[in-house]
Design a protein. Structure first.
Lengths: 226, 226, 226, 226, 226, 226, 226, 226
């Protein structure tokens, strides 16, 4: 019995990339999915593909994949960037430990030809680091922030920019912040209006939301100028 | 001692409206804030202003307020809509009980001259109701969904549209869904990528996020065509 | 001291199979139980029997077992299906990761001579996949759905069929959905009336409930036509 | 704007009754819904209709309603029982405090012409009370048990009957059992296989599940004998 | 039977004031305690003494009390400030709704002859408000911050001052921040090292901790210069 | 620095045995403690001493220890039973998986010269197993029950005996019962009055409580007959 | 339909008193139960009978009841104490707010002819209060401690006495201690071995456990001296 | 891209040490940070540096580090103590298992030239151990207590000293105390006023708070005597 079932028109219908969450799949299942994708000429993004699993993929298939170990993502048949320069996203991280998820965001955007820059380790414990970069951050149409622990950066940032902020709570820390729950609730309960939140460590989801915002932009522009 | 402190340039800095959360303030505090706003010629939005509190406001001040009891919001010095027609938002509710929050969304957008339509009571238990309206929903650049109980509509909707979906979990129901926690976690854990979530019953926040998306649109358009 | 104590007339009294939950038992305990079952000519179903434990069972005993590694179940003395064709169950999964539990359901039913079909990977993020199969699903007297993450499929399915739906929440995902709690609460709080829920990952329990429904059918038929 | 939207073919599609959850609706909304139902000649069941709300309904409309204050339910246009005698359900309660929900179950079944008997106050603290009635309970094709506190009766009952058991956890008690959570988790974690669970206090849902089981019976019988 | 039992040497032993938590005591019990205090010439602080309870106290006793309704505290036999000017505390609040607890802090300090200033409504959503006052805040030896919602101000403040910060989480807000839990966990999980936390709404405890810090100062000064 | 500090008169003062919880101690620390005990001629009980740690203890010391791997306990200088026959305890387990903790209870009692019998695997899913033994159980002055999952046996037992029942919740199971929380809350919320509860898996504590009950007996007997 | 069902031989079977938990029963139900008890000449204990409900009971019936408003208990047909003097219990409370539950303990014991003394307001914040009384406490065969907040008294007491300690967590306090959960977990996690715990505010249950301990004493004494 | 960003003036601004939390960083990242610190002549403290990671650091760099395996901390370029003798801190632990965190406190203080003494294993189960040392403890200006399980020592200590107490809840134990949550809530809900709490296992944070208290002392002394 075939145990997966492509959502074949997802990209057309929802505008988000074809992606495979590998964390709960066996190497064999992952290889079958890549094989089928190659056969059907689909580009796909693989997320949460641990290094140990990647290493067990046959080398002929490995060669087709652009793998990034920090974000644990692979791209089948990476393409050059389209001319999309105005659609830019900045990813802001509170600490070094948030980089793995920040990279997952960047890779998902890259897969969809949207360039992303990362400004890292600007947590509010040393507020000047964030204030030094705030003008630069404010030049981007969309800001995605990654933070664990108490996630205070979400509120501070949201109070300083006038474009959407997507908060990605990160599961780093210990004690009460252990699993990212405090950062998540901090984003949801923010005193700064309009913070948008995704699941803990869900870099892929944050990137998809940014892509959908650019879809909205295209739709609006089409309505007005088309 | 004056017990509040205007964030005087909030609208300029972040693009979201001046608003006063009235639920934890006394009538006296609310009246002082309105008075000061009138003096300083500020337009403000009052949220979670219960009918009983509104009724205790002196009538001269009441007359300046446009009050809506279903959403428990008041607008000081309501203005006519600007010519903003292309910036539209649709608010989708799963059930009748979600209307109070849906109206809070609509009133906040209205305060910012963004027209909003409500499509109500299209929960997935009777899926045809949603499918009948999905084409219409897909014509809006931004969709805000309000749902309590298990919040299944968030995932179904997100899989059918290609623009941003903001999920507002609602605190209706009983047993495990009592306080909106299940709907909230449902939105965060959605199998459909890119769902954006705000706090339970936070209609105001969802509207602010939509406003920030339109700010992004204006910024981008400025960049490209300005 | 003998550390177990057969519930010797369970099948007669409750109609559900003799089964041994192996996850918290040592290999030695498991072997003793199988030995005793062979001696007493009992058929038994072993659940949550990890591959590593199975591999340590003496080969003479292994040969008596029909082992399935995906579901981690073993059947002692598998028998041919009885003529039970009208008693059918369909198992619907939201994603590929739900297959292990879906197979546990199927194996438990098979042990009781009830045929089960699996329709996999039809989660609501790509709703058309479910709608394409809904007519087929509706031909079965009992539907068992397995889903993790937000479990939205439980409500959608329950609104589309008129026979019992048993929801099995699955412990896949990360962040708020990590341990299956969100899918569980989603099933319990469903806006579609009549969803029946079992414990997280409890494929065995869901199958037993289906068996009891068919017992009810036999009892009723006996009453009416016997 | 009309704030509700009939799921007009629910009964045909899913076999469960048209029902209105009144707890989060205003009297005005409830009256409008009843009015519309009368106009459209629909029979409806109103649940969680508190006595104070019922008393505010205009008397002409009240007269059309069969109201039960213990279960807080009302039936619009009650009909005589159809000849459905073989489709019987027994409702077992652990204590006197579970009666309100037990009656909600009975009223929902009654609305659908399924007779229900209640055996009350047979909790396991005085086990003989349950054992005295177990033969009688075993004559019913479906058993629904209502219990708060620790819900031990669910496991004891499930081990003594061979037909489906639907557990309805009840929000009575104090301390750790305060909101019905312990009874709920007790049902889900039962050591007796096949217990089916619904949301806390969800008598309506338990009845709907029983109705769907009888739908299954009719479908099967149709298949075999039709 | 006498139902209370003075901890008669608490002030000497621990340096914190004699206080009576009134929330779970009857008016009769409170009156008896005040009577006894008057008889024994004790000064006491009454906390969480709701206005309705205060109003039921006989007027002869009322006259001995200095009551503050915003903080719900009363002081029996208020005394003039000792010459303690160098022992100052600043109380910073994120919003207007935090004032009740801020006043409980101030009143407890006042009872112990430590002057306290309140800087209110400087939450980080409008960061400039806090930055404008940070130099002033930094002139105080001890800072106590009161904040509800996500409590981001705790981390921002702690990163800007070099003296102790005591965080008092406040139970304002709704949804995930409803009971002060998010603000509490935010303070505990702060990325800024050295934040000290007390129970939700525990203004009295925060003040006692500040008093103990000044006790430490006196002890040290005694050691060095005595 | 010596990192432990004997509570040297614990047995005299509280009547419970000198014991060392080994789970969070290094092998080196454990060996030092045993050494010291030998030097000071103390008998001690070691609990949660995993087999891997035991195997690293020098053999000369090992020989002094009576080790039981199922309960992970060791007794230094085991002694013969005193003439204590009337002080008996029965340990009842719901399933085979509860044996490790049941043995910890028995070993702790044995260390204190109180004989204990174990009646295992008599969970309520097959109620006859318990009813068959209830007369025998009722001959013991103290009953300790060990159960995981939903812990229904606590209530059933407590309703059938007139002497104290100590409930030990066990951390077996999966899903909602995963960590023993459901069994714990079930014991606390029991509908049968007088169930006494200890921490999850705390066999040692349950045994100490039984020892204290026998201390009470000795004290009372002394008072009356001494 | 009669909605209650006497557990008619409870006292004989389990040794605990016939009692009626009134909190979730209507006045009418309570009156019916008392009536029936009078008819059948049963003595009963009514717990959680609020003053407002008691006041609605017909005066002829009221006169038969010995009512205590602080503990909200009533005794039907109070009898003189039997000659039971050696069976004594001491109830220790941490604060004045724990008195209501302490009285529920005392009244339940009194109903069963066991005298109880209360030592109140000896919480560990002023440790000398407890140490002053510890010799006296140690003369009782059974100690029941009532405490809310952090429940530290449970561990301190258990380390100072050699007879059983029953901990009753109390639902007083605010913030994290609000519902008695912290005191409950403190009792369960106590570093002093052998603390026995009952549900939050469950004074009745604690008394029943003490009664069962005295049953054990009688059984043992019978065995030895009978 | 450089993935860290020194908060270069942290010590000057906030008075707490430059520290690197190593638990979520790779060996490579840690080495780069140490390298950079050496280049820039910064002293740094490394916390949660597991032995396995330390062993992978190149030996030339290792030689610069003063490593302590019990506390998992390393100090780059340890210096001799300044003449700071009057600034002393005492660390009190409830049990042997709390030593790792106690050492993290001591090492952080040592890095900042503040001497710390540890008084270990004086938990309240054997209260005399604490009472024997209380006079000595009371000679220190600041007390830091480390305790897991139920954390009763926090309240007992706070009631016996008149200087600040910082509570560090420890993640030892099992069952309800498993992750340090009970000890944390016990500290927050303490009946003894003024207990200050930090995150579970956060020895570093407790030490930073003590440092900030001494900063306060210096500031005050400067004000008065400077």
């Amino acid at each position: 019995m075939q145990q997966y079932n492509w959502d074949i028109n997802r990209a057309d219908r929802t505008g988000v990339p074809e992606a495979v969450l590998c964390s709960s799949k066996s190497v064999q299942q992952i290889v079958e999915i890549i094989d089928l994708s190659i056969t059907e000429s689909r580009r796909i993004l693989l997320t949460r593909l641990a290094k140990e699993k990647f290493d067990q993929i046959p080398s002929l298939i490995q060669q087709r994949l652009d793998y990034c170990s920090q974000s644990a993502t692979a791209i089948l048949d990476k393409v050059e960037f389209l001319d999309n320069e105005h659609k830019r996203v900045v990813i802001v991280t509170a600490g070094t430990s948030d980089m793995a998820v920040a990279k997952e965001v960047a890779r998902t955007l890259e897969f969809s030809s949207i360039p992303a820059d990362i400004i890292c380790d600007v947590g509010v414990a040393g507020l000047w680091r964030l204030l030094d970069r705030i003008h630069e951050i404010n030049t981007y149409p969309i800001v995605i922030a990654c933070a664990g622990m108490e996630g205070a950066i979400f509120s501070v940032l949201a109070g300083l920019i006038n474009t959407p902020l997507i908060a990605v709570p990160i599961s780093v820390g210990y004690g009460v912040s252990n699993k990212g729950k405090t950062a998540l609730e901090s984003a949801l309960a923010s005193c700064a209006p309009g913070v948008l939140t995704v699941n803990i460590d869900n870099g892929f989801g944050a990137a998809c939301a940014a892509i959908k915002m650019y879809n909205m932009f295209d739709k609006l522009r089409g309505n007005q100028y088309g």
